[in-house]
Design a protein around this ligand. Structure first.
Ligand code: G3P
Length: 226
């Protein structure tokens, strides 16, 4: 399962890349609003930082023809490795079909709340479908179960579309999908940090160091011995 970061703040992305095995960056209009200014300024910086890794950038248009033009504009500026996020709504599906038949642009069907949206998007040629796990939970349904159902239909129908699960509120939601073999998840930096934040781990490491220093001396490591 590939791990992507759902954020547009260059420092946070940089930090995540420094410490964790991140495979790409996802953004959406809300995420961009937290940075402000010209969105392409920040997206270009992210592109520069991550090189040819995948970046997902969402269109704002809601009419098919405009979505197609906006998608071309995004990819022209940010490169082929950019997946255009297109909402899984009627005009979005129409745009997906046009992009599929007439361009090489890869797209991610976003705002997926149901298996049927994912099915239509996959048939329209989406590279990814992005189910919103926590937002589905908030509607009183089970986000994890929706993702599992999508995964099953993609496998059982031999479809190439992958799942990029999004909208997580906690690590447990990610763990459940890990176990099920979902293709990719995108998580916000604070959720990512909590994957490994654990007082018991910190305490175990501290004990090991203190035990070693008790006989080797303060600040000593294995490098000090031959
Ligand atoms: O990028 C889309 C998705 O990650 C939204 O997440 O946390 O706003 O529900 P959230």
């Amino acid at each position: 399962m590939r791990l992507l970061i759902d954020n547009a703040q260059v420092e946070l992305i940089n930090k995540a890349y420094e410490f964790y095995p991140i495979s790409g960056v996802t953004t959406n209009p809300t995420i961009l609003s937290k940075v402000g200014g010209n969105p392409f300024e920040i997206l270009r910086q992210i592109r520069e930082m991550i090189g040819e890794e995948e970046m997902h950038v969402q269109v704002i248009s809601t009419k098919a023809d405009e979505i197609v033009e906006e998608a071309k504009h995004i990819v022209n500026i940010l490169g082929r490795e950019t997946f255009v996020k297109i909402p899984a709504i009627d005009e979005g599906f129409k745009a997906m079909k046009i992009l599929s038949y007439t361009t090489e642009i890869s797209f991610t069907a976003t705002a997926v709340y149901t298996t049927m949206q994912a099915f239509i998007a996959a048939e329209c040629g989406a590279a990814y479908v992005a189910p919103y796990v926590n937002r589905i939970d908030n509607l009183g349904y089970n986000g994890i179960e929706v993702v599992k159902q999508i995964k099953n239909f993609l496998i059982n129908n031999g479809m190439e579309t992958e799942i990029l699960a999004a909208s997580f509120k906690n690590s447990q939601q990610v763990v459940e999908l890990l176990e099920y073999g979902i293709d990719a998840v995108t998580v916000a930096p604070d959720i990512l940090k909590n994957f490994v934040k654990n007082a018991a781990v910190d305490s175990a490491i501290e004990d090991f160091i203190s035990d070693f220093e008790s006989f080797a001396g303060e600040g000593k490591t294995m490098k000090d011995f031959k």
